[in-house]
Design a protein around this ligand. Structure first.
Ligand code: FEO
Length: 395
């Protein structure tokens, strides 16, 4: 337990070991935390729990802090297992405790646990009096699940934002001002890029709605990572920036290769891009050797991408196919793209890359560069020239 204020304590779990989240879908190089909070006013309210593997540890820890029967209410801001996973264990001990959540939260919690707990459905603006203070509920559908919700504690001026404004970042420091800022914002951006990008228009609307309530915010307590207590709205400003077709002065080149031909093209194209726009950062990744969520974060930051694959079996390499499956769902906008690759026989690779780029929402600015067999010096010069020309169209 860590006291955040006189009446609010962090009672979550830091997961130092986690390296994959959502099954194997999201890499967590720096672990994560499942943040739960205990509000102790005249009533005691628990906000969220932790992931299922830590359920026993969580409930035992909580029982050492407080007589569990003194918990008057539980707020389930979001039913995904990383926050609700300890509910079944906890509810075995206090089965009649009310659980406050959205209507979709009831569906989701029932769907996961098949229990008829004492659900209290709340909507935006509903309040739960904790004593001297009140919790005000704010529905946040699709940020990032239909059931998602936030709540705001008056007096303490704390926004419990659940997944929004979080990071998969394990740290004993707990507060934003105490941790390495580069690590913090790297993780916060990766989290936004991989989880929240599809909902960017809703992010903007929800932030504008919350701002319209004119609630002063002294702290933002997300359900993962550190608490924003110093200049807490800096992450809100970042979200507004990231939600509006964010890009930095960066071009990212993604490829895979069988016999090094497409790799050589990728490197020659990189030189061409640098010749053309030397002030622009160019990053080059072999997709089969790079973490896909890190790649998504780089694409998110880019104004344009180039993708390369040799042709194989009338198709493209599977690392490229997986990349498109990933980015299609993220609906990134206002990004330009072009394709390249070697071939030996049928040569459809570049055409397929172009199709996939368009289907994934990229603006394809060139028909691409395809090369029969291995590049020699003259082919590499042509590839470099292709990079120069494409770079100009990315501006
Ligand atoms: Fe952190 Fe959507 O769960």
């Amino acid at each position: 337990m860590v006291h955040i204020t006189d009446s609010v304590a962090w009672v979550g779990k830091i997961d130092w070991e986690l390296r994959k989240f959502h099954g194997d879908e999201y890499s967590t190089h720096r672990g994560t935390s499942y943040n739960a909070y205990l509000v102790r006013d005249r009533k005691t309210v628990l906000i969220d729990t932790v992931w299922k593997p830590f359920a026993e540890e969580f409930v035992e820890g909580l029982s050492r802090i407080i007589d569990l029967t003194k918990i008057d209410a539980i707020v389930a801001n979001h039913a995904e297992i990383d926050h609700s996973g300890a509910l079944p264990t906890l509810m075995e001990r206090i089965p009649n405790t009310a659980i406050y959540c959205t209507a979709n939260g009831v569906k989701s919690l029932k769907g996961h646990y098949h229990k008829d707990w004492d659900f209290r459905v709340v909507k935006t603006g509903d309040r739960l009096k904790t004593g001297d203070r009140e919790l005000i509920f704010i529905e946040a559908p699709m940020l990032h699940w239909p059931d998602s919700m936030m709540c705001y504690l008056t007096d303490e001026k704390i926004l419990f934002s659940n997944d929004a404004f979080g990071q998969h970042y394990a740290s004993e420091f707990l507060f934003n001002d105490l941790v390495d800022q580069n690590e913090l914002f790297t993780e916060a951006l990766k989290y936004y890029a991989n989880i929240l990008t599809p909902f960017s228009s809703l992010v903007v609307k929800k932030i504008e709605e919350i701002l319209s309530f004119n609630l002063p915010v002294s702290m933002i307590c997300p359900s993962h990572g550190v608490i924003w207590r110093t200049n807490p709205t800096q992450i809100v400003e970042k979200y507004l920036e990231w939600a509006k077709d964010y890009q930095e002065n960066q071009i990212t080149i993604l490829y895979d290769t069988m016999w090094e031909g497409t790799r050589k093209l990728a490197e020659a194209i990189t030189q061409g891009v640098r010749d053309s726009i030397p002030q622009t950062e160019v990053k080059l990744y072999n997709l089969s050797k790079t973490d896909k969520n890190d790649v998504v974060a780089e694409v998110f930051k880019s104004k344009g991408i180039l993708v390369g694959s040799p042709t194989i079996n009338h198709g493209i390499l599977t690392s490229l196919a997986a990349f498109f499956e990933e980015v299609k769902g993220l609906s990134m906008k206002e990004k330009k793209a072009a394709a390249f690759g070697c071939y030996g026989w049928s040569g459809e690779g570049v055409k397929i890359l172009n199709e996939q780029l368009r289907l994934s929402g990229f603006e394809v600015v060139s028909e691409g560069f395809k090369l029969l067999w291995e590049p020699d010096e003259s082919a590499l010069l042509l590839a470099r020239e292709f990079g120069k020309q494409v770079a100009k169209q990315f501006l």
